[in-house]
Ligand binder design. Structure first.
Ligand SMILES: *Cc1c(COP(=O)(O)O)cnc(C)c1O
Length: 384
């Protein structure tokens, strides 16, 4: 099997069907599997424990991330929650403060009730990150590029800090995808994906995944997957596998379009700040260049206007749909303070540097001139 990413995306985990010759991996829409004698299975017993579509997707994602083991979940958050379930009461987690709002909500509102402790730190300031470690710190939680400000954490350097303290590092790789960044190669123990986003790419599935090279962790995650039960259905796994076949083509276009949008916004008089790791003005542009193949399809910006006018702008675009989520072929935009990060308390948002005027763009793969025209027209109506 050739090892290039584009080839693996189409072949890994999905041989032609030996029974029928079907070139597409069939959907095994079943809840259970016949046994030849009690306990004598053909490899599958019950579809929560394992089903062929999930297994195929797990192999495919493993091949793309350079991981020996993959585990798929019903959502990115179900995957995140399984990761936290590796811990026990009394454990402390150091997490980046600029993370997915739903992960912050799960950490601060649910898991903190079970005796786990979370400290949120600046994802860029590694000295502060190192200082947050305590004797009971057992996990470092990274998300890079981060959500929504596209901060970049130096993955290898952060992993070195965690290793020194004997803590595991989890890295949410949703924004980059394995095409742009492979955190396991940089020392991360577990990679997390919301496969809902770029991996599926077509905006029609909710699902998540964890990848690791650690045999013991993989076994524990499989146990948790089966025991907690947040598993994806076979149709969803099938759709994600279909989406992944075009991942590299889509990502190349997302990256090209996002760069054009970032450059357009950076030069626009009504735009205050643009957050895009591909701009040389980005705080960690050099780190992004070192650890990523390209800079991704997400761009965030602060407009030079009131919060009300920023929200009006977000409601005015025609090509960009005002919607939560990201990483789909269609351009989407959101106002994090009232949408994806509404579950983060206003004072915590301020403390974490997330302003109420920030707009987040998930730049799609439409023609870039149309994308930029849409933004230009919507910006014209922003009062200056
Ligand atoms: C969407 C998202 C999640 C959560 O995934 P779901 O599939 O919505 O549960 C986690 N991390 C990041 C970076 C995300 O964008």
């Amino acid at each position: 099997m050739p090892q290039h990413f584009d080839t693996l995306a189409i072949h890994a985990g999905q041989p032609n069907d030996p029974e029928t010759g079907s070139i597409t991996f069939p959907i095994y829409q079943t809840s259970t599997f016949a046994q030849d004698a009690p306990g004598e299975t053909k490899g599958y017993c019950y579809a929560r424990t394992e089903n062929p579509n999930r297994e195929a997707l797990e192999r495919l994602l493993g091949a793309l991330e350079g991981a020996k083991h993959g585990r798929c979940f019903a959502s990115g958050l179900a995957a995140a929650n399984a990761c936290i379930m590796l811990l026990k009461a009394g454990d402390h987690v150091v997490a980046s403060k600029d993370i997915y709002g739903g992960a912050y909500r799960a950490f601060s509102k649910v898991f903190s009730n079970f005796g786990m402790e979370f400290t949120f730190v600046d994802p860029v300031d590694l000295t502060a990150m190192a200082a947050a470690f305590k004797p009971n710190t057992t996990m470092l939680w990274l998300e890079t590029p981060s959500n929504p400000k596209l901060a970049i954490t130096d993955i290898a350097a952060a992993c070195a800090i965690a290793k020194k303290h004997g803590a595991l590092t989890v890295c949410d790789n949703t924004f980059a995808t394995p095409y742009l960044q492979r955190p396991l190669d940089l020392g991360v123990d577990i990679v997390l994906h919301s496969t809902t986003k770029y991996l599926n790419g077509h905006g029609d599935v909710i699902s998540g995944a964890l990848l690791t090279n650690n045999d013991e962790l993989a076994q524990r995650l499989h146990f948790l997957q089966n025991t907690l039960g947040g598993v994806p259905g076979p149709q969803d796994c099938f759709l994600i596998m279909r989406g992944i076949k075009t991942l590299s083509l889509r990502m190349d276009r997302h990256c090209e379009n996002a760069r054009a949008v970032a450059e357009f916004l950076a030069a626009h008089p009504k735009v205050e700040t643009v957050y895009f790791p591909g701009l040389t003005t980005h705080v960690n542009h050099d780190v992004a260049k070192k650890q990523m193949r390209d800079f991704g399809g997400m761009v965030s910006a602060e407009l030079k206007c009131s919060v009300a006018d920023a929200k009006a702008f977000a409601s005015r675009t025609k090509l960009f749909t005002l919607a939560e989520s990201l990483g789909v072929v269609k351009s989407l935009l959101c106002h994090p303070a009232s949408m994806t990060h509404a579950s983060v308390e206003p004072e915590v948002r301020r403390k974490h540097g997330l302003s109420d005027g920030l707009i987040r763009l998930s730049v799609g793969i439409e023609h870039k001139d149309d994308i930029i025209d849409d933004l230009r027209v919507a910006l014209e109506q922003v009062p200056s």
